[in-house]
Design a protein around this ligand. Sequence first.
Ligand code: ZN
Length: 233
Amino acid sequence: MTVAADLFALQETDIALDSARSRLEETENQLGETVELTSARDWLEAAAEFLRQLKSEQSDLEFEADEVRAKVGTVEAKLYSGEITDSRELSDFSADLESLKSNLSTREDAFLAGLQQTEDSEAAKAQIQAALADIEARWKAAQAHLQAERAELEPEIERLRAVREEQSGATDRAWLSLYDILRERRDGSAVATVERGMCQGCRITLPRNIVQKARNPAELVQCVSCERILVYV
Ligand SMILES: [Zn+2]
């Protein structure tokens, strides 16, 4: 024989099952990489790429400066060798030398500026790297926590499902179908307790005869207002 308290117990199981299922869904949604983590990785990759480019530009500048420096040496040697006597030729070589020196100086300045920029970029990259390590550590701890939670929720859901099966299997079919309809209609709450003559589902004061009927556990009594099955506790 089904009594209202059995349906109340079934409802408790269903509420626990719904809550465990939604918690599992939330947990599963949070498993995996976070935007924070992937963004930090992207920033680090961008910083590393910027630094690579900077270093490659520096190395080009260094190479070009070496070439210009060698030319300066050649032109200087020629100019001061005493081999050139023609004043026009001397003046051309002098102009060449000035131009090469100015070219060298521009490259050297650019190289020095690049050194400072490289240093700053190294520091910025190291900062991002440290931030990423911190984010990764927090993420790993959170993931481990979520996995542990999932490992607890899965068997708990199985257990509750078995309990529900047993409870619903032992419930009178008519009561069960009314319970299912009400649960759907009343947002998961099909059974309400009666306390001090009030339906705890909708808080109305119940007619005396309804309260009397609800006192009999084998009687299926519904609230006159919200239609929930009443259980007297
Ligand atoms: Zn009610």
